[in-house]
Design a protein around this ligand. Structure first.
Ligand SMILES: Nc1ncnc2c1ncn2[C@@H]1O[C@H](COP(=O)(O)OP(=O)(O)OP(=O)(O)O)[C@@H](O)[C@H]1O
Ligand SMILES: [Mg+2]
Length: 447
C-alpha cells in the first residue's frame, strides 16, 4: 500500500492536498510534530511531504529529527522561495530531501514528483529485501563458496550441544559466529557470557571465572558469582583462549570435565550447565608444541572446529559486505548523501589483502562515509591511494590497525569540531572509550 505523510504545520492546504495529488492509496495529513512522529511510528510511509512557511528556521530541528527517524521514507519539501536563502535550510534540503517545490503550488508537477518518490522508495525496499534474503544466514553476511561451506558446517554445529573451537584471523567474525551459535541454538533463552582471556590480568582471572566467597581474600567484601556460573543454562564464550594463563589451565580443564566449579574461598562444588565456545586467532596446536597451552585442554576445547576464512578469500562477498555495511551506516546517518562506491574503489577493495578483515572493511567504510564529499565513495575516501602501500608493508597487523583507528578517531573528532559527545555517538562508542582512545593515541581535543 502506498502511504504518504503530509506535515503541514500551518494547515495551509487544510487537508486537501492529498486528495488533489491522488498519487497514494492512503495519506495522513497532520499539523503538529508529535502527530507526524506518531504517524511514522504507526504506518510505513514511503513518501513524506513537508510544507514549510517563511519561519522555516524554527521548524528545522523538528523536521530534521522527523526525517532521521524513518529510513524508508523519501521526503519532498514545499517551500516559499525566500526560505531557500537560509544556509541551514539549504543544507537540510540537500542532505535529506528527495526533491523540493516552491510556492505557489503546481499540483500536476508535484504529483509527478510524488510518483517518482514512491518509485524510488519501492526500489530501495526491493534492494534491501533481496540483499537481506539471499546474502545472510544466521545474521552473517556471505554468499561466496567458502562462506557457503562454512554455513553448512555451522548448521550442523548449532544444535550439537558440544564444545566449539572457532579459528580465523582477527576481524573475521568469530564473536559474531559465537553469538549466532548461541542465538540459534536451544540455549538461546539462557545467557551468553563472554570472557576475553587476553584482557583480564592473570591474578584476577580465577576470581573472574570461578567467583569467590565473601572473605576469601582481602577486599572480597561480597560474594561474587563468576562467569562460568553466570553462564548456567547458556553459553560461555572464551575469547582469545590462547592467552589463558598456563598456570590456571588445569582449573579450567577441571571445570570443563566436571561441569562444576568451586568458588575461591569455598570447597563445595557447584554444578553448572553450560556450553563452551572458544575462539582464537593463533594456532593453538603451535602453542601446545611451544609449551604455552596444555595439550589435554586443547583436545577438550577442540571437539568441533570451525575456521572462518579470511576476507581476501571471500571473492564477491567483499563488495556484498561493503554494500551492506554502507546501507546500515546510511540508515544511521540519514543525512549522508553517499549512495555507493566508484568503480575504482571497488577495484581497490578487491585487490587489497585486508589484514584486519571485516572489521577493517567496516572501519574504512565508516571513515569514508564521514569524509566523502561526493555521492560515491572513492578509493581515496577508503584510505587507499596514500596508505595502501604503507599498510601492505606494515611491520605488524597491530601497527596497521592502530594507525587506522587513530586516523578514524581523529578525523571524526575534527569533523565534529572537537565535540567529544557527538564524536562518540557517531563512532558508536561510549565517551569513556573515546577518551581512552584519545589518550592512547595522544589526540588533542582542541585543534
Ligand atoms: N560476515 C559478516 N557479516 C557482517 N558483519 C560481520 C561479518 N563478519 C564480521 N562482521 C563484523 O565485523 C566486526 C568484527 O567481527 P568480530 O568481532 O566477530 O571478529 P573477531 O574474529 O572476533 O575478531 P578478533 O579476532 O579481532 O576478536 C564486527 O563488527 C562484526 O559484526
Ligand atoms: Mg573477537
Amino acid at each position: 500500500m502506498r502511504t504518504m505523510l503530509i506535515f503541514d504545520p500551518e494547515g495551509r492546504f487544510s487537508g486537501t492536498l492529498g486528495d488533489s495529488l491522488d498519487t497514494s492509496d492512503r495519506y495522513h495529513c497532520v499539523e503538529t510534530f508529535s502527530e507526524a512522529q506518531q504517524v511514522l511510528r504507526d504506518f510505513p510511509c514511503q513518501v513524506g511531504l513537508v510544507v514549510f512557511d517563511s519561519r522555516s528556521d524554527g521548524l528545522l530541528r523538528d523536521v530534521e529529527s522527523l526525517v532521521n527517524s524513518s529510513s524508508i521514507t523519501e521526503w519532498i519539501a514545499i517551500v516559499p522561495s525566500d526560505a531557500l536563502r537560509s544556509a541551514n535550510f539549504q543544507s537540510l534540503l540537500l542532505a535529506s530531501f528527495y526533491d523540493y517545490h516552491t510556492l505557489p503550488l503546481d499540483v500536476p508537477r508535484l504529483a509527478v514528483t510524488v510518483g517518482h518518490a514512491f518509485g524510488k522508495a519501492s526500489l530501495r525496499q526491493s534492494v534491501v529485501n533481496s540483499q537481506g534474503e539471499a546474502s545472510s544466514r544466521f545474521g552473517i553476511c556471505g554468499e561466496s563458496p567458502v562462506m557457503q561451506a562454512f554455513f553448512q558446517q555451522l548448521e550442523r554445529v548449532v544444535d550439537a550441544e558440544l564444545t566449539v573451537l572457532l579459528g580465523g584471523e582477527t576481524g573475521t567474525g568469530k564473536e559474531l559466529v559465537a553469538k549466532a551459535i548461541h542465538g540459534y541454538s536451544s540455549r538461546s533463552r539462557g545467557p551468553f557470557v563472554a570472557v576475553n582471556c587476553a584482557a583480564i590480568p592473570e591474578n584476577l582471572i580465577q576470581a573472574e571465572l570461578f567467583g569467590y566467597e565473601k572473605g576469601a581474600f582481602s577486599g572480597a567484601t561480597q560474594r561474587k558469582i563468576g562467569s562460568i556460573e553466570a553462564a548456567n543454562n547458556g553459553v560461555l564464550f572464551l575469547d582469545e583462549v590462547g592467552d589463558f594463563p598456563l598456570g590456571l589451565q588445569a582449573n579450567l580443564l577441571r571445570a570443563l570435565q566436571e561441569r562444576a566449579i568451586i568458588r575461591v574461598g569455598s570447597v563445595t562444588p557447584i554444578p553448572v550447565d553450560f556450553r563452551v565456545i572458544a575462539a582464537t586467532h593463533i594456532d593453538l596446536l603451535e602453542a601446545v608444541k611451544a609449551g604455552k597451552f596444555r595439550e589435554d585442554l586443547y583436545y577438550r576445547l577442540n571437539v568441533l572446529h570451525l575456521s572462518l576464512p579470511p576476507l581476501r578469500d571471500r571473492g564477491d562477498d567483499i563488495l556484498l559486505l561493503a554494500k551492506t555495511i554502507l546501507h546500515n551506516l546510511a540508515g544511521a546517518y540519514r543525512r549522508t548523501r553517499v549512495a555507493g562506491f566508484t568503480r575504482e574503489a571497488i577495484g581497490a577493495m578487491n585487490n587489497y589483502k585486508w589484514p584486519g578483515n571485516v572489521r577493517e572493511l567496516k572501519n574504512r567504510i565508516h571513515r569514508a562515509v564521514i569524509l566523502s564529499e561526493g555521492r560515491l565513495i572513492n578509493a581515496h575516501d577508503l584510505g587507499f591511494d596514500r596508505e595502501h602501500q604503507a599498510t601492505e608493508t606494515a611491520v605488524t597487523l597491530v601497527d596497521a590497525r592502530t594507525r587506522l583507528d587513530r586516523e578514524i578517531v581523529e578525523n571524526c573528532l575534527r569533523a565534529n569540531a572537537n565535540n567529544v559527545s557527538k564524536t562518540a555517538r557517531q563512532l558508536g562508542i561510549s565517551r569513556v572509550t573515546l577518551y581512552r582512545m584519545l589518550n592512547k593515541y595522544s589526540i588533542a581535543t582542541s585543534a
